[in-house]
Ligand binder design. Structure first.
Ligand SMILES: *Cc1c(COP(=O)(O)O)cnc(C)c1O
Length: 355
């Protein structure tokens, strides 16, 4: 009996990519596969998204995973520091690099050999990475003066696109248009929320991540409402069950007590697998198509569940922790985090299989 297992559904990835294309027709799609494909396996995801126009990762190390797997499409490095070795690797492997800091400009100025393709990142209000918009002219001039550098285009990142009512997004879009409007090159603004809620952010290249994996980035719409399909189906077996008398404690710290005589089940997954330890009592687990509530504390290898609504559940039955029928977004909300983090935090103990 396999313990905690994450099945990765390639057809769901292809479906979600089609949703991106429906929202942003005619735009190039760079699929965000950083952090090992948001914990789904970067190479698995990139191969399943063979229709994407390119990929976005954080670093050279992540990009090389894709190159070694034979993927030849554009790969953009979103937050890569530059020195001589980095520049050589980027040129050799034909990667694209996002430039957001003066130290990178200095490294690029020293680069010789095969040209490096660069995106210039402007800070339009998120205040994380990017040059001040007022420096667009200067940066463009400095980079276009370099023989071994080729400017692909201009990029920015939205801080609040997940909330359609947030005024910052419109200000960011206006700042970006003002700074880049008349310049040569491609433009890229939108993450998943930008794809779904901000048509003015679609520009030339969109950079969706979380929606490809089937989770909603929006504060006001669920994955089902957006017609996104869960890519990861996380399951684990019921490894024990017992009937407890009323008033008995369950689990570490005896934080939960049975209100009546009742069946209690133990599912073989815990925070040692990446299930969030802070998931509170009441967090849903799917067992035989029925939602049963988590009870007591999450431990390293196990969680306990209230089986009163699934009295026929047998040892060996597989429970779904998240996946079709139980969106990761719901578990994330219960555990006070986001699906991005749940996916990224699965540990190597989880067995992955690709469907
Ligand atoms: C991760 C990332 C994305 C994708 O964001 P999602 O919210 O997952 O769609 C896009 N652009 C940049 C710069 C990123 O770092």
């Amino acid at each position: 009996m396999i313990r905690a297992q994450a099945s990765i559904h390639r057809a769901a990835l292809a479906h979600n990519l089609q949703r991106v294309r429906d929202h942003a027709p005619g735009r190039a799609v760079y699929a965000a596969v950083k952090a090992d494909g948001y914990g789904h396996g970067a190479v698995t995801v990139a191969l399943a998204l063979s229709d994407a126009d390119g990929f976005a990762v954080s670093s050279i190390e992540e990009a090389l995973q894709l190159r070694w797997a034979g993927l030849a499409k554009p790969v953009a490095l979103l937050s890569q520091m530059l020195d001589t070795e980095a520049c050589d690797a980027i040129a050799e492997h034909a990667l694209e690099v996002v430039v957001f800091h003066d130290a990178q400009l200095e490294a690029l100025a020293r680069h010789i050999g095969l040209p490096i393709r660069v995106w210039i990142k402007l800070d339009t209000g998120m205040h994380r990475l990017g040059f001040d918009c007022a420096r667009a002219d200067e940066i463009e001039r400095r980079l276009s003066g370099l023989d071994a550098v080729e400017i692909v285009g201009w990029l920015t990142h939205l801080a609040c696109a997940d909330d359609p009512a947030d005024a910052l997004t419109s200000r960011q879009l206006a700042a970006f248009t003002q700074a880049t409007g008349k310049r040569a090159g491609r433009r890229s603004i939108a993450n998943s929320a930008g794809v779904l809620a901000w048509p003015d952010a679609h520009a030339d290249v969109v950079r969706p991540g979380i929606m490809l994996y089937g989770s909603s980035p929006m504060v006001d719409r669920s994955a089902a409402e957006l017609d996104l399909k869960s890519v990861m189906h996380l399951t684990a077996p019921l490894i024990a069950r017992q009937t407890l008398a009323a008033g008995e404690p369950v689990g570490y710290g005896a934080t939960w007590r049975t209100p009546e005589t009742m069946p209690v089940g133990v599912v073989g997954i815990g925070y040692g697998d990446g299930y969030p330890r802070h998931a509170p009592a009441g967090t849903p687990v799917l067992l035989g198509g029925v939602r049963v509530p988590l009870i007591g504390r999450v431990s390293m290898d196990m969680i306990t569940v209230d089986l009163r609504d699934a009295p026929d559940a047998q040892v060996g039955d597989r429970a779904t922790l998240w996946g079709p029928g139980l969106p990761a977004d719901e578990i994330a909300a219960a555990a006070d985090t986001i699906a991005y983090e749940l996916f990224c935090r699965l540990t190597p103990r989880v067995l992955f299989d690709i469907r």
